[in-house]
Design a protein around this ligand. Structure first.
Ligand SMILES: Nc1ncnc2c1ncn2[C@@H]1O[C@H](COP(=O)(O)OP(=O)(O)OP(=O)(O)O)[C@@H](O)[C@H]1O
Ligand SMILES: [Mg+2]
Length: 482
């Protein structure tokens, strides 16, 4: 079904056209008409399938640009996602002249207050900064018609739950509440239903939770083999654009420096960097100035960066849901992608938990040898050489080439030139601080580094079976993981 067939205002149809959309995605086709009836809604569909527009259209449709109140709020777990959602909502509201402002931590609050004085209809926010504005009375939510929790399970999962409750308390009882995510663990759903009014579930039925366009592989290796394996895979797979996920901020910093030491262009992103640094890194990655983004889970959810061809899980994610979101940074909007996950022997059971959630078996592959990596890089050099040949833009070198050919054997010459342009696999020694394998001690309910205890994956699975609401004691996780 096309957007043009929807019963929505012409301005929004025109906006989707301007955004290059014609056919609706399944979640858009199924969720928009339901949301238009005014009911509460829980929407679940695979990563990269257009959930933003699925809640964006009803939100813009409900907003009246001539009304000076804030009428809609979208809450997201990260600042980058708040910015991205604001951009998409602004695009959808372009012709209807519905204005959206992004409100997030790390940005000058006075600037935000100035933006707010211009009376936007919609706020796209992270919870902490939104609460700050509510307390300063620079934002009032008492007239909102609709609130969306994007990445709803994450918002209700770690650390955010108290903030969400406080935000909801400042909104009208009769507001419409929409929840969206690619994953919706049952305990979270039960928790959500407590503050929703008879929500309708819109789930796009798919055989697997992950997108079939993403090839999913894993490598079994020891902790101290991971880094060489990563660089060799990078040499062989030569990703156009890749995200490498690490478990902690320290890990991300160390990985970035180690990769740079071996001659890779890499930038890191995590929650301890200043917001301007985070913005800069993401901009450079989006503009293809740097091919490798090394990230904590701060980049795992929702970010829509075109042409991310590879996702590497250098460390296993904290829970199976995070895996789904991390690898979902590739294979978006119909494109293909590849995900590769490193697993140490003691973490092996977690692999099965991931596969049980995704309903998609992963394929085991082996870490490449030095020789294989060299072949990969040679192939890349030859490709570059052929491209240069096809471009025809080398005639200024012809007489020098002839001089060389007079003195040397042609094969020797090309071989020497190839060696020069090949980035041979670098074996510069690097040191990474050892990360403990993924384990969680159950009794305290929060993440512990190392130590004995059951894995979070298994306790989560048991929760799932028992329908436990065991998600509140995890507030420390946000600061560790992001
Ligand atoms: N109807 C459509 N036709 C073509 N492209 C679309 C359509 N709807 C959305 N897109 C594009 O698809 C991409 C993914 O959309 P979006 O970020 O909303 O996915 P998502 O379902 O929210 O994913 P995630 O679970 O990772 O947050 C975006 O680049 C968006 O512009
Ligand atoms: Mg999204």
């Amino acid at each position: 079904m096309k957007f043009s067939e929807l019963k929505i205002s012409e301005e929004i149809k025109k906006a989707t056209e301007r955004m290059g959309f014609t056919e609706m995605t399944p979640i858009q086709e199924q969720a928009i008409p339901v949301a238009e009836t005014g009911v509460d809604l829980i929407g679940q569909a695979q990563t990269g399938t257009g959930k933003t527009t699925a809640f964006g259209i009803p939100m813009i449709e409900a907003a009246d640009p001539h009304n000076s109140d804030i009428q809609g709020v979208v809450i997201t777990p990260t600042r980058e996602l708040a910015i991205q959602n604001a951009q998409e909502l602004s695009a959808l509201g372009f012709y209807k002249k519905v204005r959206t402002v992004a409100i997030y931590g790390g940005q000058d609050i006075q600037r935000q207050i100035r933006d707010l004085k211009r009376r936007p209809s919609i706020i796209s926010a992270t919870p902490g900064r939104l609460l700050d504005h509510i307390k300063r009375r620079t934002i009032r939510l008492d007239q909102i018609k609709m609130i969306v929790l994007d990445e709803a399970d994450e918002m209700l999962n770690m650390g955010f739950i108290e903030d969400i409750h406080e935000i909801l308390e400042s909104t009208p009882q009769n507001r419409q509440t929409l929840l969206f995510s690619a994953t919706m663990p049952r305990p979270i759903q039960l928790l959500a239903e407590k503050f929703m009014h008879e929500p309708q579930k819109v789930q796009v039925k798919a055989k697997t939770l992950t997108v079939s366009l993403i090839e999913q592989n894993y490598v079994k290796l020891r902790e101290n083999e991971k880094f060489d394996a990563l660089t060799r895979f990078l040499d062989i797979q030569t990703p156009e654009r890749a995200i490498v996920f690490g478990r902690t901020k320290r890990r991300v910093d160390e990985l970035m420096r180690a990769l740079q030491k071996r001659g890779y262009e890499a930038e890191g992103i995590h929650g301890d960097l200043t917001q301007s640094k985070r913005d800069l890194v993401l901009r450079r990655f989006k503009q293809n100035e740097v091919k490798l983004l090394i990230a904590t889970d701060v980049a795992a959810r929702g970010l829509d960066i075109s042409n991310v061809t590879h996702v590497y899980n250098f460390d296993l994610p904290q829970d199976p849901e995070s895996y789904v979101h991390r690898i979902g940074r590739t294979g978006r909007a119909g494109k293909t992608g590849m995900a590769l996950t490193f697993i140490t022997p003691s973490e092996f059971p977690h692999l099965r938990s991931i596969e049980r959630l995704t309903k998609q078996p992963m394929k085991q592959i082996n870490a490449p040898s030095y020789e294989e990596a060299l072949v990969g890089q040679q192939k890349l050099a030859i490709d570059h050489l052929k491209e240069a040949l096809e471009s025809g833009n080398y005639h200024a070198y012809a007489s020098k080439a002839q001089d060389l050919l007079d003195d040397f054997d042609a094969v020797d010459l090309v071989a020497a030139a190839l060696k020069l342009i090949t980035k041979e696999p670098d074996t510069t020694p690097v040191r990474l601080t050892r990360e403990q394998p993924l384990m969680v001690k159950r009794s305290s309910g929060r993440q512990q580094r190392g130590g004995k205890g059951r894995s979070s994956y298994h306790s989560r699975e048991r929760d799932r079976r028992q329908g436990n609401n065991n998600y509140r004691g995890r507030s420390k996780q946000k600061s560790q993981r992001y």
